[in-house]
Write a protein that binds this ligand. Sequence first.
Ligand SMILES: Cc1cc2nc3c(=O)[nH]c(=O)nc-3n(C[C@H](O)[C@H](O)[C@H](O)COP(=O)(O)OP(=O)(O)OC[C@H]3O[C@@H](n4cnc5c(N)ncnc54)[C@H](O)[C@@H]3O)c2cc1C
Length: 258
Amino acid sequence: MNSKTIDFSKFSSIRIGPIVDVALIEDDIIPQGCVIVGSANNLLVSPTPPPLMILSKQYDFIRIEGNRLIIGAATPGGRVVSFCKKNDIAHFEYLSKLPGTLGGMLKMNAGLKEYEIFNHLIAIRTQSGWKQKNEIEYGYRKTSIDEVIFEAAFELESGFSHERLEMFAQMRSNQPREASAGSCFKNPPNDYAGRLIEAAGLKGKRVGAMAFSEVHANFLVNYGGGMYADALTLIDEAKKRVFEQFNIELMCEVVILK
Ligand SMILES: Cc1cc2nc3c(=O)[nH]c(=O)nc-3n(C[C@H](O)[C@H](O)[C@H](O)COP(=O)(O)OP(=O)(O)OC[C@H]3O[C@@H](n4cnc5c(N)ncnc54)[C@H](O)[C@@H]3O)c2cc1C
């Protein structure tokens, strides 16, 4: 089985992690006992992670088949948007502001407000074959998917919207510019993780080079050279304080590989 060496302090969006060999998935052959990595935009990788695997370039493709859009799970969101723009396809404009590959987005049911990747999904293909959307449980930033996704089929509708593209760009104008993994915690029902972290006095709280951003408290940012242990200290502190003060259990949105 082929592998590739990845330096997670450069590859991951939060710029933390070790240099490790990651097994390459080719021809649908999945190595045993490995955790799948997409493009690490939602990951915090410890210095001693479990064995990891990643899809090869074979899974980076997008094509129209009849009334469906078929997308490989290693395809970056930006490529999907470019394809949809060129071919006047609707519903994927928000991916322009969502860093990641299709596989990571499906696993996380990634999205912006009510625009989520499951909205126009038809089915995913894994080692057990095609699985229809109604066979998968999904909700806000979660799914029951426990297999490696190879590709997925989506409804094909015409009408790429430049207005929506602009709307999503506006929504993102207040995000921190430093390295991060996006939102650190999921929003609890009827509340916002950022509001709770701020109310618990942790907005701007810094440990080493890691901090809850001054711009948006739910973004755990790396000012440069941030360490895994410092990130965990802040995550634990936020969970503890928010629970003590508001009796609310914050759930991590960022996936921690330890
Ligand atoms: C600046 C910034 C802003 C962000 N804003 C948003 C936002 O608004 N909304 C949002 O939803 N997310 C947001 N995110 C998080 C991120 O964009 C999404 O979670 C995205 O889906 C991650 O994709 P990835 O390929 O990087 O996955 P990874 O981070 O590599 O992995 C995420 C999860 O998916 C699993 N996974 C990866 N590939 C596969 C596969 N092929 N099959 C099965 N499981 C797989 C991994 O095991 C892991 O559990 C943001 C991140 C950043 C850095």
